[in-house]
Design a binder for this molecule. Structure first.
Ligand code: HEM
Length: 446
């Protein structure tokens, strides 16, 4: 049964909380939950925030009572870059866009993407050199970007990779500013971080508008991919109510960014964890060698790559690429005995709940065996929610699971990767959780 606690607070500790949060949001939220229980209300800056940390309350926030909440501050502020795409829009606009994009993510449809995923992973593994050192995060970013480009937009994003990566990093660096008092005001000033963000937006716009323009000019607009669906819907609804060019740009950019950076982070953390856990790495290799028997993976191998999937699941438990979800209450609500007033913020954190010893014993230990069907069934559903839940649940979840397993299987079939340093890998918890610095790993052929 969920328990709840409310911490008394005042403006002074609101400022102190803000400073601690900005320094290390993961440690701050963990301490709040462990010290105060399943619901804790605190002040941050001038705002009241409630952290819910029990699977029942998380389900209530994301699923059962979702109508009483809208997206929180960070995603609202992300509109500066993403506009009104699927991730940031609300209400009718969101429903309409979600209905429109959904067919591109249906199970039957994404199976067609498996071949492209493996082909690109094969290119990557052919380019790797025995004994060389690579930035594994950079490698995974380029690979997942190529895949999202090919499968959903039928474009090659190979040459745009570093430009997109740099623009995304600039955007992530804005995260610290979003929480400052008067940040709305700061964001309107021509200060260097804002100038960098505007530049990043221009660079991304140029890429996305080019993709749209080239497709429109091509002989075959309808190629059965997401871009065709969006373009055709725009044309059909050219009655003033349809998508504007800007909305189309917002959808495309959202999917390109949300559809590759998260999976790249999940894979990067997985490589790090495999390097640190040789026994699990060996079991993974044994499964891949047995199931694939030296051939490239195909869709039909997926059901037998169970341990590979367990490794990916456990990696997203310890290092969830989306580490927190924020909502703003648009009506009064209660979690247990704690009242949440309209307009206040409610947050839940995958980082905190995924490391809660009530659901995961020895939570800091990497143990893929936690993901056997029996062990999974013994835990409450919302003790693990890397893809969120309810109507705003990740549209790309099935895509990401398939991609994660196929990429790991293809790459680990031929390669091992070892961290070049034993020093702990520093985390950057901005909008997503990524390694702060390049993830340098030495490759060894298998
Ligand atoms: C490991 C990989 C991924 C993780 C951990 C992840 C996580 C999430 C989470 C937690 C949300 C919900 C945010 C909220 O409720 O505020 C979300 C939404 C979303 N994700 Fe993902 N995601 C991943 C991969 C993908 C992929 C591959 C795509 C597309 C190709 C994608 C596209 C989206 C979109 C468009 C939304 C907004 C959905 C809506 O509000 O209707 N994601 N993702």
């Amino acid at each position: 049964m969920a328990t709840s606690a409310v911490t008394k607070s005042n403006p002074k500790n609101g400022l102190a909380n803000l400073l601690v949060f900005r320094k290390d949001p993961l440690a701050f939220l963990t301490r709040m939950a462990r010290d105060h229980g399943d619901v804790v209300t605190y002040r941050m800056g001038g705002r009241k925030v409630t952290l819910v940390n029990h699977p029942d309350y998380i389900k209530d926030l994301l699923v059962t009572s979702n109508r009483k909440f809208e997206k929180g501050r960070v995603l609202k502020r992300s509109k500066r870059l993403l506009g009104e795409g699927l991730l940031t829009s609300e209400g009718e606009t969101h429903l309409r866009q979600r209905r429109l994009a959904q067919p591109a993510f249906h199970r039957q449809r994404i199976v067609n993407y498996a071949e492209s995923m493996v082909t690109y992973a094969d290119h990557t593994r052919l380019a790797w050199k025995d004994g060389s050192t690579v930035d594994m995060r950079g490698e995974m970013m380029q690979l997942t970007l190529n895949i999202v480009g090919k499968t959903l937009f039928d474009v090659d994003l190979e040459t745009e990779g570093s430009e997109i990566a740099e623009s995304l990093t600039t955007f992530m660096e804005m995260f610290g500013i979003m929480f400052l008092p008067f940040s709305e005001f700061l964001e309107r000033l021509p200060i260097p971080p804002m100038r960098r963000l505007n530049k990043a937006r221009q660079r991304l716009d140029a890429i996305v508008y080019r993709i749209i323009r080239e497709r429109r000019a091509s002989a075959q607009i309808d190629r059965g991919d997401l871009l065709s669906m969006l373009l055709l819907a725009q044309d059909e609804e050219a009655d003033g109510k349809g998508m504007t060019d800007e909305q189309l740009r917002d959808e495309c950019l959202t999917i390109i960014l949300a559809g590759h950076e998260t999976t790249a982070n999940a894979l990067s953390w997985t490589w790090m964890l495999l390097s640190q856990n040789p026994a699990a790495e060996e079991t993974l290799h044994a499964e891949i060698d047995r199931v694939l028997a030296g051939k490239l993976p195909t869709l039909t191998n997926l059901p037998n790559l169970k341990y590979t999937e367990m490794v990916f699941a456990e990696s997203m438990r310890l290092y969830p690429p989306a580490w927190g979800i924020g909502r703003k209450a648009i009506a009064d609500h209660t979690f247990g005995e704690v009242a949440v007033k309209k307009n206040s913020m409610v947050v839940c954190s995958q980082w905190v709940t995924h490391r809660d010893p009530r659901y995961f014993s020895n939570p800091e230990v990497f143990d893929p065996e936690r993901w056997t069907p029996e062990a999974k069934a013994a835990r409450p559903k919302y003790s693990y929610f890397p893809f969120g839940g309810g109507p705003r649940q990740c549209i790309g979840e099935s895509f990401a699971w398939m991609e994660g397993v196929l990429l790991l299987a293809t790459l680990a079939q031929k390669w091992k990767a070892k961290l070049v340093s034993d020093a702990p890998i520093e985390k950057m918890a901005a909008i997503t959780l990524r390694p702060r610095l390049p993830l340098m790993m030495k490759l060894a052929a298998r």
